[in-house]
Ligand binder design. Structure first.
Ligand code: ADP
Ligand code: ZN
Ligand code: MG
Length: 481
């Protein structure tokens, strides 16, 4: 396989919209959507004579992201103009940062698909403004400009080319997303474009030290398309090189429908943008004290939570990894354990049933519709023997779909309370024994499997509500008679 002769090299430029209340250089709201051109003012519409004023929160959020990704923070930084024409960028330049980004030289730890610990280096994190949006009319009457997004603050997190497979790129991006969610600087909603990545891909012969020529796929906003696009692009590059061709450095467009990349434009160089310091904005100077205060205000990050879960709750490495992989799982876990005092079952339920349901619904943990307290109540019901774990799965499905989220109420409405009354269960046992003389004979002849069948029949009879331990015990007692 020629592909095996090559090493894949990937670097990501991740754009993340910050969840500050107002835009980066004016006081318009950053809320997603809205009627076109209703969240803008003369500043973000680039009217002549207007002046930008930097939103302090943007600096704070970017510094938070920098500290959480082990970056150094610049004491002296500034904003620069990146000049280019684009119809949804009326100023014809984007205010960004060039040679003095706010944060630099950081890293994120990941565990890759082979289970190896890896450090993915971050080259820089800088702040910049988002552009507007073009809405292309489906009847071909033209394109409409909506400037609601113009001036929404972004951070761009640029990785070194340290990623070696599509899977590794996905793991890194998920880790980054989880960190940004923990520190609450962004809602990270990929479907709304709050988190998107420019994916740079190259290949080189295994053992080579020089990097190959890269291509770049812009604005990828789902994990699935990132993985598909990288794999497609690697195959394409291998084929070009194997056929004696050369990779041209260019910007590509990934098409999700055909599953292919298409050339969009030649790659521009930094010099094409004619960067220069924005004369309308003052330099950004940060004191040690300012940075320390932000550092002290950061919430507990996933890695430290993971250690705590293993030390305090005796969770397995796998469970702790899974739960802390998402702020939403982790917060749900903390709340649930508070109620049920059963970290092991809580972790298991998140890892198995809850993850499975989300997967089936193609949803992410942030869309779990019930609280940690409610999850804790559900686990308590199992632990108290009020419901069986089979019923618990049904209750969980209800909690995902029904209006009522309280598991106590759900089992009451549905009549799912477990039957733990000995007399009632004995009745069922006798009924099943009478109806299945062959199985009784089999069991007495030493075929233990027959017991399982009888218990199954009794479960069916009680619609899964019989207490399984009690059922087993009573069957054995009766069969010994
Ligand atoms: P630009 O903004 O012009 O794309 P940057 O230097 O800001 O350039 O970003 C380049 C991105 O591409 C970084 O994430 C970097 O890791 C990645 N990269 C650079 N060279 C290669 C290469 N040969 N193969 C894969 N990725 C690369
Ligand atoms: Zn505005
Ligand atoms: Mg780029």
């Amino acid at each position: 396989m020629p592909r095996d002769d090559y090493e894949v090299v990937i670097g990501l430029e991740v754009h993340c919209e910050l969840s500050t209340k107002t835009k980066i250089f004016c006081s318009c709201p950053t809320t997603f959507g809205g009627d076109p051109n209703t969240h803008c003012c003369p500043i973000c519409m680039a009217m002549p004579g207007t002046l930008p004023v930097l939103n302090e929160k943007v600096v704070e959020y970017a510094v938070k992201a920098g500290i959480a990704t082990n970056c150094k923070i610049s004491r002296n930084s500034k904003n620069d103009r990146k000049n280019y024409f684009y119809p949804d960028l009326p100023k014809a330049y984007q205010i960004s940062q060039y040679d003095l980004p706010l944060c630099y030289e950081g890293y994120v730890n990941i565990e890759n698909e082979a289970g190896e610990d890896k450090k993915i280096r971050i080259l820089r994190i800088h702040i910049e403004e988002d552009a507007g949006k073009l809405n292309h009319d489906e009847y071909g009457r033209g394109s409409f400009v909506d400037l609601n997004r113009a001036g929404v603050p972004l951070i761009e997190i640029v990785s070194e080319p340290d990623l070696r497979s599509a899977e590794e790129a996905e793991i890194y991006m998920r880790k980054l997303k989880s960190i940004l969610e923990y520190i609450e600087v962004s809602d990270c909603k990929m479907q709304e474009g709050s988190l998107r990545a420019d994916v740079n891909v190259s290949i080189r012969k295994k053992g080579a030290t020089e990097l190959g020529t890269r291509t770049e796929m812009k604005n990828m906003n789902s994990f699935r398309s990132i993985v598909r696009a990288i794999n497609y692009e690697v195959d394409r590059q291998v084929e070009v090189i194997e056929n004696g061709g050369k990779i041209t450095q260019e910007t590509l467009r990934w098409d999700d429908v055909s599953g292919k990349t298409f050339p969009m434009r030649d790659k521009e160089d930094a010099q094409d943008y004619r960067y220069f310091p924005d004369p309308d904005l003052v330099a950004i100077k940060l004191s040690d004290e300012y940075i320390e205060n932000i550092e002290n205000s950061l919430p507990e990050l996933p890695e430290s939570r993971k250690k705590r879960y293993i030390a305090d709750f005796n969770l397995t490495e796998k469970a702790a990894n899974f739960v802390t992989g998402s702020k939403y799982y982790s917060n749900l876990f903390d709340e649930a354990v508070e109620v049920c005092k059963n970290p092991k079952s809580t972790g298991n339920m998140l890892m198995s049933d809850i993850a499975r349901i989300l997967n089936e619904k193609e949803q992410e943990p942030d869309s779990i519709p019930f609280s940690g307290k409610e999850l804790g109540e559900l686990i308590l019901l199992i632990d108290k023997g009020t419901i069986s774990s089979a019923i618990a799965k049904k209750v969980l499905e209800e909690m995902f779909t029904a209006e009522e989220k309280n598991p106590n109420k759900i089992i009451e409405i549905k009549g799912w309370v477990q039957i733990s009354d000995e007399g009632a269960i004995k009745e069922v046992v006798n009924k099943i024994l009478e109806a299945n003389p062959q199985s009784v004979a089999d069991y007495k002849a030493g075929k233990d499997k027959a017991l399982g069948f009888l218990v199954g029949q009794a479960m069916k009879e009680t619609k899964g509500k019989a207490n399984p331990q009690l059922l087993n015990k009573l069957f054995i007692e009766e069969l010994k008679k």
